[in-house]
Design a protein around this ligand. Structure first.
Ligand SMILES: [Mg+2]
Length: 261
C-alpha cells in the first residue's frame, strides 16, 4: 500500500535547490578583479574561496553575529582571504573588489532560477501546500528572491542571519515551525545538503527530501537514506509526497503552536 504523507507545509532550501549562481564563483570573482585591473585565475579563486569560506565559517559561525560581526563584514573578510589565498597580497587593491562583489551577489541577475523550480512551487500551491524558506543566507535573500519572481510563493523567508542559528541547528527549524504554527509531523523540508537539509529537519521530527543526483552522493550517505527520500530532480517531489490532487487550502487549518526555543 502506498504511503501517503499528510504534508501541509513545505520548507525550502534556496541555493542549489531553487536558484544557483549564473556563472561559477571563480569566474565571477575573476571578472570583477579584471575590471579593477587585477588578473587572477578563476580556478585559484575558486579554490581559495572554498578554503576561506570553510575557515571563516569555523571561526565565525553564522556570519560571526554573536561575535560582533555583521554579515557584510563577514563576507568582505571571506573575499579578502580568498584573494590572499589566490596569491594577491595587496588587501587595499582587493577591498573595492570585495565591496563590488558583495553588491553584485545581492542582485537577482547574478543568480538564475533552476529548471523546474517555478513549476514545482506553483504546483505545490495549487495542491494547497503552504511554502516557506529556511536558508543559511544573509539579509540579501529576500531581495534576490523578489527580483527572481520567487518571493511571492512563500509565506516567510527565514534566513540563518535572522534566526540566529544556521542549519542544521534544530533551533532554526523550530523557529520555522513556530512561525508557521505547524507540528513537525505535517511538514517536510526540501534541499540539496545531507546534513543541513536532510538530517537537520529530521532531528526535530520533520520529514525531508534531498534533491540531488543519487550518483553524486557519498555512497555511505546514499545507503543511509531511503530511496524515496532522494529526488533526482524537483519534478520528483510531488509524486514523492503522493498528495491527492485538488487538496484545498481551506482544509489546511493551523494546528497548535509549537513551543519556540
Ligand atoms: Mg543548498
Amino acid at each position: 500500500m502506498a504511503h501517503r504523507l499528510q504534508i501541509r507545509l513545505l520548507t525550502w532550501d534556496v541555493k542549489d535547490t531553487l536558484i544557483r549562481l549564473r556563472h561559477p564563483l571563480g569566474e565571477e570573482y575573476a571578472t570583477k578583479a579584471r575590471a579593477h585591473g587585477l588578473e587572477v585565475e578563476p580556478s585559484a579563486l575558486e579554490q581559495g574561496f572554498r578554503q576561506a569560506y570553510r575557515a571563516q565559517s569555523h571561526s565565525f559561525p553564522n556570519y560571526g553575529l554573536s561575535q560582533g560581526l555583521t554579515s557584510r563584514q563577514w563576507w568582505l573578510d571571506v573575499v579578502l582571504q580568498t584573494f590572499h589565498l589566490a596569491g594577491v597580497q595587496d588587501a587595499q587593491a582587493v577591498t573595492p573588489i570585495a565591496e563590488q562583489l558583495y553588491d553584485d551577489f545581492s542582485r537577482p541577475c547574478t543568480w538564475q532560477v533552476l529548471d523546474g523550480a517555478e513549476d514545482t512551487l506553483r504546483e505545490c500551491h495549487s495542491r494547497g501546500l503552504r511554502l516557506s524558506v529556511i536558508s543559511n543566507f544573509d539579509q540579501r535573500l529576500e531581495g534576490i528572491l523578489g527580483g527572481l519572481g520567487l518571493r511571492e510563493h512563500f509565506d516567510f523567508v527565514l534566513t540563518s542571519e535572522a534566526a540566529g542559528w544556521p542549519k542544521p541547528d534544530p533551533r532554526i527549524f523550530q523557529e520555522a515551525l513556530r512561525l508557521a504554527h505547524m507540528e513537525p509531523v505535517v511538514t517536510a523540508h526540501v534541499g540539496d545538503n545531507y546534513l543541513c537539509d536532510y538530517q537537520g529537519p529530521r532531528a526535530v521530527g520533520m520529514h525531508s527530501f534531498l534533491v540531488v543526483d543519487p550518483q553524486a552522493l557519498d555512497p555511505v550517505v546514499r545507503d543511509s537514506v531511503p530511496k524515496e527520500h532522494i529526488l533526482p530532480s524537483l519534478a520528483h517531489l510531488l509524486p514523492a509526497l503522493d498528495l491527492p490532487r485538488g487538496l484545498e487550502s481551506r482544509a489546511l487549518r493551523p494546528v497548535r503552536e509549537v513551543a519556540g526555543p
